[in-house]
Write a protein that binds this ligand. Structure first.
Ligand code: ADP
Ligand code: MG
Length: 241
């Protein structure tokens, strides 16, 4: 079986902003904030892997590195066998990123117009673009609301459009950052079932979900890794953890 994701001693240090005192006393000394420390993890194809940890643990940093938005300080990360530093293009073509940030959409455009804009950024155009938008709207069950303004959508619908955007390139690996944050418990449960059945298993995708909600991890994942202070504390099949 191929590894979908492989992390080898992955480390990320963010430069730390210095206060006035440090600037005066040590003007040239750089300070770092370690966000990930020597992370090793292997994720097999077809698994639904949860990254569970409190705020500040390093979850978003890891997902940003895997989607080539942030460069690691040292170590390696391979996505679909491609290196996130040397093969960024191939990495981006293999992944879909679903972030829980509605500000990344245009509120005065419709759902369909938003998808069209992001499809262009993904180098899709013409008939191929329209076909793909039709498909992702169908998968996320947003066809009938596709021509309403984004600002009119409920939180759950916004999240579905975010998922649709993540599916535009028909990626084999999907990253989900706190997919049900800000949803009420019932809608959250419904969306989780939908993600699991329709987005991941039916299409044989690998999923990597960052969450600080144990219940969500249990509900969705086949495997989990527990992360704290930038280090993996334990990982494996969910029934063992
Ligand atoms: P999580 O998503 O698990 O809440 P993050 O990956 O966002 O954790 O953050 C991990 C650590 O890195 C935190 O201490 C956070 O303050 C720090 N951090 C995150 N992004 C940056 C950044 N762009 N610059 C400096 N420090 C950052
Ligand atoms: Mg985060």
């Amino acid at each position: 079986m191929m590894h979908s994701i492989e992390l080898i001693n992955l480390t990320k240090n963010y430069p730390k902003l210095k206060g006035y005192k440090d600037l005066l006393l040590h003007p040239f000394k750089k300070q770092y904030l370690p966000a990930l420390q020597d992370v090793n993890l292997t994720i097999e194809e077809g698994s639904f892997y949860g990254l569970l940890g409190p705020n500040g643990a390093g979850k978003s940093t890891l997902i940003k590195i895997l989607s080539t938005l942030v460069l690691p300080t040292s170590g390696r990360a391979l996505v679909n066998g491609f290196d996130v530093i040397q093969q960024q293009k191939q990495v981006r073509r293999s992944i879909g990123l679903v972030v829980n940030d509605e500000r990344s959409f245009y509120w005065r455009l419709t759902g369909r117009q938003n998808l069209s804009f992001f499809a262009h950024l993904n180098n899709l155009s013409g008939a191929e673009k329209d076909k793909r938008i039709h498909e992702v709207l169908h998968i996320t069950e947003m066809e009938k609301d596709a021509d309403r303004m984004f600002s009119d959508y409920s939180t759950g619908m916004k999240q579905r459009i975010a998922i649709a955007r993540g599916l535009l390139c028909d990626p084999s690996i999907i990253f989900l950052a706190e997919p049900t944050r800000s949803l009420d418990p019932l809608s959250a449960k419904h969306l989780r079932k939908f993600i699991k059945d329709e987005i991941i298993y039916r299409h044989n995708r690998t999923a990597f979900v960052a969450t600080n909600n144990l219940h969500e991890a249990e509900d969705l994942c086949t495997h989990i890794a527990i992360i704290q202070n930038g280090a993996i504390k334990s990982c494996g099949p969910i029934e063992k953890i």
